[in-house]
Design a protein around this ligand. Structure first.
Ligand code: CUA
Length: 161
């Protein structure tokens, strides 16, 4: 079979580019500890405020008996509640999010916390945060006219003791 040398060159170039792009994706995913959320847990979004976990008084960060921290938050048009949470650095943290209205996204820049919050499901993210400081937590899925204003803050504190 005859293949034109120019065509052969371009097949190689395209092959290399594809390998480079896939390599970049896999390397970034591996080095940043990025992976698809694996938690599938359903919840009745219309009754969120009546559940024990997502009732207003039970939201926020709570230290568990084993020293890990569990953060429960509600993402709703247009904010994450509570609007400011404090969590310790270098500690296993389980974030749990639910929404009573529409699809939201949730991202904390500089960390691997990035998930969609889908009506009818609980989004769970397990992580260990590495840097202290105050970071924004913002919505990265268009959810309505106030989308650009939907954010809250996470303060990562150094460990006590
Ligand atoms: Cu919530 Cu965009």
């Amino acid at each position: 079979m005859h293949i034109d040398p120019l065509e052969r060159t371009w097949v190689v170039v395209v092959g290399l580019l594809t390998a480079m792009m896939l390599g970049t994706i896999f390397y970034t995913a591996w080095s940043g500890d990025i992976h698809p959320p694996s938690n599938v847990e359903v919840i009745d979004s219309t009754r969120l405020h009546l559940t024990e976990e997502f009732a207003e008084d039970n939201l926020g960060a709570k230290t568990q008996p084993d020293g890990s921290v569990r953060v429960t938050m509600v993402a709703t048009r247009y904010g994450f509640y509570p609007q400011h949470i404090e969590v310790p650095v270098d500690t296993p943290i389980t974030f749990r999010f639910a929404t009573p209205d529409v699809l939201h996204g949730l991202h904390i820049p500089g960390t691997n916390v990035d998930t969609m919050v889908i009506p009818g499901f609980v989004s769970e993210v397990n992580t260990v945060l590495q840097n202290t400081g105050t970071f924004p937590m913002y919505c990265n899925e268009y959810c309505g006219l106030g989308h650009h204003d939907m954010w809250s803050r996470v303060t990562i504190t150094s460990k006590q003791g």
